[in-house]
Design a protein around this ligand. Structure first.
Ligand code: MC0
Length: 151
């Protein structure tokens, strides 16, 4: 059987866990002159988040920093902060087809946390790969919404 080609075409974002979103945004603003491109609350994921756009990418999208503050004590970010403190939480790769990429990666023996992609930032479709199968790196796959405005 021919192996499926997995097309991951950019670093979509790096997720950073923080305790206080407003203070963390202020740090990125005063230190690097970065500004917030988009912010939202994702109830399912239990986060309040801000996306800082860093650069546009060859595939017509962009790379972001994603600042994540927990809104619930039982959310993944709250759990991570309690265990590891603030810092890099995950890396996210962009793809044109998150379901196909996840299925192909699962066939390599990596645990995909959401077999059916869920809703991510800016209307994207997302899933995660278990950090224990990825050398200790929580890894996200992101398919941007068709209407994503990266300009
Ligand atoms: C946990 N572990 C990590 C980790 N989180 N390792 C590296 N990076 C992380 N971020 C490790 C723990 O240290 C532990 O290792 C083991 O994984 C089990 O962790 P746990 O603390 O017992 O927590 P679990 O098992 O309940 O949950 C871990 C898991 C969970 C990765 C399955 O956090 C999850 O489902 N994450 C995916 C969703 C998520 O992270 N949502 C927030 C971002 P030891 O060695 O102690 O066993 S939302 C988002 O990003 C959205 C909005 C978007 O991008 O659009």
């Amino acid at each position: 059987m021919q192996e499926a080609v997995i097309m991951l075409t950019r670093i979509d974002h790096i997720g950073i866990a923080c305790r206080n979103l407003d203070e963390t945004i202020a740090f990125y603003q005063r230190t690097y002159n970065f500004s917030v491109f988009h912010s939202e609350v994702n109830e399912e994921q239990g986060v309040r988040e801000a996306m800082i756009k860093i650069n546009e990418t060859d595939d017509g999208h962009a790379t972001y920093l994603q600042l994540l503050e927990p809104i619930r004590d039982d959310s993944p970010i709250a759990k991570f902060l309690a265990k590891h403190g603030e810092g890099v939480h995950h890396i996210a790769f962009g793809t044109a087809d998150v379901k196909a990429a996840a299925d192909a990666i699962a066939e390599k023996g990596v645990q995909v946390l959401y077999p059916e992609p869920r809703r991510g930032t800016m209307g994207s479709s997302i899933t995660f790969l278990h950090p224990k199968d990825c050398g200790g790196v929580l890894t996200e796959l992101v398919q941007a919404a068709a209407s994503e405005d990266t300009h």
